[in-house]
Unconditional design. Structure first.
Length: 124
């Protein structure tokens, strides 16, 4: 994917990988890291840093804390991010920390289903 990004944000993205939230670590180490379709962590796309990105499926997976669901600023930021990512034909799946903690298998199933659906759509 060729998308503009700001070089000054690269060290920040690297720091996010090293200091990931427990839910991000759980999803990465127990599912996405060994998933047969490659995912990247903390991928820069324009001025946003996606938690997880799959180029083959054109899919972004975001794990959100409560600040995104309960504040106007969080909702506005998510909407702006989704609009920019859709310009690149990327789909965004958003999961809360609580979903990762309480319904991990269901989250994995949803990601797998979306990856398969988007890959099959590319073949048509």
């Amino acid at each position: 994917m060729s998308s503009p990004y700001q070089r000054k944000e690269i060290p920040y993205a690297k720091a996010l990988r090293k200091n990931a939230m427990p839910q991000e670590k759980h999803l990465w180490y127990n599912f996405l890291r060994h998933y047969p379709v490659h995912f990247q962590r903390q991928k820069m796309i324009e001025r946003f840093i996606a938690d997880f990105y799959c180029h083959a499926a054109r899919l972004v997976v975001e794990i959100e804390g409560s600040q995104h669901y309960y504040t106007e600023q969080g909702l506005t930021c998510d909407a702006e991010c989704s609009a920019i990512l859709s310009h690149y034909h990327l789909k965004v799946l958003r999961f809360s920390n609580c979903e990762i903690d309480s319904h991990f298998k269901n989250v994995c199933r949803q990601i797998h289903t979306e990856v398969q659906t988007r890959l099959e759509g590319e073949l048509l």
